[in-house]
Write a protein of this length. Structure first.
Length: 285
């Protein structure tokens, strides 16, 4: 009987690989967000063929240049299994070219369902195995334990929602527990515990919006801080310095439309990503 060799985990944890990627390629995460309006701007139809053309163009142009891609799962899921097939192929090709892939899926559930999400995205050898995934902690931080365990086993990472920039988030994230801490601070403190002793960077990060007027929280979790909302959504380098303070060196700013609107020209995408990375390196360095 022929024995199948199980895939092996990466040689380094996600935090170490992310630190290296940010130091060598620049601290830039480029979203892959195929909005119907953006497909139209590129002259593409809002169908699977348009989705594939858009995604392939972004990956081909930038996978050897940017530190991280952040595909938004919803824009692939809306096309059903065909859309997920496009995502699966893009993830594999991006990782082969040296880019890390952070899937923006915001999953959160309990028990066996959370374990199944972890198996889908964080298990070595899974069809949609990514370097990291976004998670929602609002069924209770402890509900995410299967994902943390899976990430540790495979050398992957997670980014947990803490302080998002949408106005509706504040009613939950800034609510206070009996000990006086906000819900967001409780999440951040638990992440700091997960990352204790990790060098050069922990693998368990937080999502903190780049368009916040203030954080009012201790953000030093010894892990990465994903800052979505740069560029077209209003996030600025000055804002990053104000929000993140002494934790600025661990910030991974995310830009989507600010780069993607320069397509479908591959050279336009590369030039835009290069300019964003240089500007952000100066801001967070």
């Amino acid at each position: 009987m022929t024995r199948t060799t199980e895939p092996t985990a990466p040689t380094a944890p996600f935090g170490a690989r992310l630190r290296r990627a940010m130091d060598t390629r620049g601290p830039l995460c480029v979203g892959i967000d195929p909005h119907p309006s953006l497909l139209a701007e590129w002259g593409l139809e809002d169908d699977v063929a348009g989705l594939r053309a858009f995604t392939d163009t972004v990956v081909d142009a930038l996978a050897e240049q940017v530190a991280v891609f952040k595909p938004q799962a919803a824009f692939f899921e809306r096309f059903g299994s065909a859309g997920l097939a496009v995502l699966e192929t893009a993830v594999a090709r991006a990782r082969e070219a040296g880019a890390l892939v952070l899937l923006d899926a915001k999953r959160g559930d309990i028990g066996s369902t959370m374990a199944a999400y972890a198996d889908a995205y964080l298990r070595t050898g899974a069809p949609l195995h990514v370097d990291a995934v976004t998670l929602s902690p609002f069924l209770g931080y402890g509900s995410l334990r299967p994902a943390f365990d899976a990430a540790r086993a495979s050398g992957s990472g997670v980014f947990v929602l803490a302080l998002t920039s949408n106005p509706e988030g504040a009613e939950v994230q800034r609510a206070r527990a009996d000990d006086g801490r906000t819900v967001a601070q409780t999440v951040l403190d638990r992440l700091a515990e997960e990352n204790a002793g990790a060098e050069p960077l922990g693998s368990f990060g937080a999502v903190v919006g780049a368009t916040l007027t203030r954080a009012d929280a201790e953000l030093a979790v010894n892990g990465p801080l994903l800052a979505p909302g740069m560029g077209a959504q209003g996030g600025t380098a000055e804002g990053l310095r104000r929000i993140f303070g002494s934790a600025l060196g661990n910030v991974l700013p995310s830009v989507s439309r600010g780069v993607l609107r320069h397509g479908p020209s591959p050279e336009g995408l590369r030039n835009a990503a290069r300019a964003e990375a240089e500007q952000l390196a100066e801001a967070v360095g």
